[in-house]
Design a protein. Structure first.
Lengths: 214, 429
């Protein structure tokens, strides 16, 4: 047997210790394994840098009690929304206004998507009791405007329902934004508001989690 | 000069070996080439666009925006549109992307209908499916770059669909888009830009290389008639000069037609939607996403459960599961419909009624789910759309199968005989 092996490996050294051979192989294999593991780990470590870093800036703070609602878009962007603005909107094709909260320190918190808010002046008589409870006595009503389906701003109005332009989600604003059509998995949360000095002021936290439900 | 080059590069040998390689000819074989031409056009127009584009959303203002402050990316599109033929080149980029995806899809349909994916070409079918998916992803990553309100809305939906993948979706979406898409997220454009103009095109080039190498190595399939004309031999024209001349002419025709389309139908100017705002405009996706858009609209809202911390909701079923099933199904085709013998000749769709009916059914599924994309506009009910999207394609497939059996079922034993006799006597004359 030994004779046979010697013939087969005649180009190698004749008196190779098989034990040393096996040890060397094991050490090399372990070294390769450790290096590969270290390479994978360091790649993941470096790759983790691709995850965006959250920066804390005042304009990214979530909506808070005492914030004033301002226009999010249009020629009046960042101006405070008044009861008169809401009355004027009532006569438009889109009877509501898309708003951002403005902190008492005058920072418009527009850099957090979930701060996009829909505010409307609606008939309190049409509202369900729970809805009316968090609306102002005049009928000013606010919801998160970020669709629970895929995060579009719910921006259309059709047949007295609030309609998302992206995938046809429909909400009933008189009944805590109950979903009345489309693939939306949950209602958008209501935002308790009150009217102070003709301005719309946030009176409480969102009554649920705002933002797409994925 | 020729002698000098030949001594060093053996051009003569290369010519004899590679350039005289015979290529079968059939008009449907040019679909793959059109896909390739589109890619070349996209790279060329893309070079022009990258040289004039600023991948940033820092606010800038100038005469082009009428003094208004707009994101730099948006402004650079205004600038490109103001250059001589700038808008045409941008539109050419836009339309070439559409044509590339359409041609790739038709190319795949041709392969499917003629059974060209069978042994030994399973591997190239798989590469092809990945190429189509990659091309669509590449097109998608370009959506956001003009950074108008339309671009942001379309991309945002993609972000949320990605985030709907269980467990890792949110993380992957955040990595791809550098956080949540918003009009003020300054990192998104700098991240999507290199992905769109560098990494995905490099991946496409690599996969196209693999696709073509495998095709040349395995030899192109031949039309059915070649078996009768010269069995066991390749019936076609040499790569050089005949095939090259045809390709050259086709490329010039392609450029002429697409440039005309680009000039006549410009891609929408960014001013049409304006810079991104908190509001979402009513937008429709491109035709190759419309079917997913349609399915997303008809999945009932209450199909939702949580499992080990992951949410499986309508977004997951429509946006992730259905496309994944279709891609996996496409990948499985060469293994489900397998031939033991190596395939040299294409099969006639009429002789394979089941496969042809299946393809017709799938096309009907695509058409119907696209129709579902117009659910709100047409006021269609969910119940009706479920029947249209999931029942009608099956019925179409069955009807197609019955019709094909009735028409071709009888003829197909008789026809070749008659043909052979006709041919034989013609040759004798």
């Amino acid at each position: 047997m030994a004779d046979h092996e010697a013939t087969a490996h005649h180009h190698e050294h004749h008196h190779e210790d098989p034990q040393a051979h096996a040890t060397r192989r094991a050490i090399l294999q372990a070294a390769i394994g450790v290096s590969a593991g270290a390479a994978v780990l360091s790649t993941l470590w470096v790759g983790a840098g691709l995850v965006p870093r959250e920066e804390k800036i005042p304009s990214k703070e979530p909506v808070a009690v005492g914030d004033v609602l301002v226009f999010a878009t249009g020629p009046k962007a960042e101006q405070e929304i008044t009861l008169d603005d809401l009355r004027a909107a009532q006569r438009e094709r889109i009877p509501f206004i898309i708003a951002f909260p403005k902190s008492p320190e005058n920072v418009v918190k527009k850099d957090l998507i979930t701060n996009t808010i829909m505010v409307i002046l609606a008939d309190p008589a049409k509202m369900s009791p729970e809805t009316r409870q968090h609306a102002s006595p005049e009928g000013v009503l606010a919801y998160s405007a970020v669709c629970k389906h895929l995060g579009c701003t719910v921006s259309l109005w059709q047949n007295d329902t609030w309609l998302c332009p992206c995938h046809g989600g429909r909400y009933d604003i008189y009944n805590q934004a109950k979903v009345v059509g489309g693939p939306v998995p949950a209602p958008v949360p209501q935002l308790p508001v009150k009217v102070e000095g003709g301005k719309v002021v946030v009176a409480g936290e969102f009554l649920g989690k705002p933002g797409a439900d994925v | 000069m020729y002698q000098w080059l030949d001594d060093r590069l053996s051009i003569g040998k290369l010519y004899a070996k590679a350039f005289r390689k015979a290529f079968p000819v059939h008009h449907s074989f040019f679909l793959g080439e059109i896909t390739l031409f589109s890619f070349v056009t996209l790279v060329l127009t893309g070079i022009f666009l990258t040289l004039n584009y600023e991948p940033s959303i820092r606010p800038v203002s100038g005469s082009l925006s009428g003094g208004q402050e707009v994101p730099a990316a948006y402004y650079s599109i205004l600038y490109i549109d103001s250059l001589p033929f700038g808008a045409v080149i941008r539109s050419l980029h836009h339309w070439a992307a559409h044509i590339m995806i359409a041609a790739a899809f038709l190319h795949m349909l041709r392969i499917h209908l003629t059974g060209a994916y069978k042994n030994p070409r399973e591997l190239n079918w798989i590469v092809g499916v990945f190429l189509l998916v990659l091309a669509i992803i590449t097109a998608f990553t370009g959506y956001a770059l003009p950074f108008d309100n339309y671009a942001l809305t379309a991309t945002k939906i993609g972000y949320e669909i990605g985030a709907a993948a269980p467990w890792v979706g949110k993380l992957l979406s955040d990595i791809l888009f550098a956080g949540e898409l918003s009009p003020t997220n300054t990192q998104t454009i700098p991240r999507l830009f290199p992905i769109h103009v560098l990494w995905l095109p490099l991946a496409l080039i690599a996969l196209i290389g693999v696709h073509l190498t495998i095709m040349i190595k395995q030899k192109h399939t031949q039309p059915k008639y070649a078996e009768k004309v010269a069995p066991g031999k390749i019936v076609g024209v040499p790569l050089f000069p005949q095939q090259a001349a045809m390709m050259g002419i086709l490329f010039l025709v392609y450029i002429a037609v697409t440039t005309f389309i680009a000039g006549a139908f410009l891609a929408h100017p960014v001013q049409a939607f304006g810079p991104p705002t908190a509001n979402t405009p009513a937008v429709k996706p491109d035709w190759y996403f419309m079917w997913i858009y349609g399915i997303l609209q008809i999945i009932p809202a209450n199909w939702r459960f949580e499992f080990l911390g992951a949410t499986f909701g309508p977004q997951f079923w429509g946006g992730i599961l259905v496309p994944t099933i279709i891609i996996l199904g496409a990948l499985a085709i060469p293994f489900l419909d397998y031939s033991k013998e190596k395939q040299r000749y294409l099969e006639l769709p009429s002789q394979h009624p089941f496969r042809t009916s299946f393809v017709v059914g799938m096309l009907m599924f695509y058409i119907m789910s696209t129709l579902a994309g117009y659910k709100v506009d047409l006021g269609l009910s969910n119940g009706l759309l479920w029947v249209l999207v999931f029942i009608v394609p099956i019925v179409t497939g069955v009807v197609c199968y019955i019709i094909m059996k009735a028409i071709y079922g009888k003829d197909w034993n008789r026809e070749p005989e008659i043909k052979l006799i006709g041919k034989g006597s013609a040759a004798d004359d």
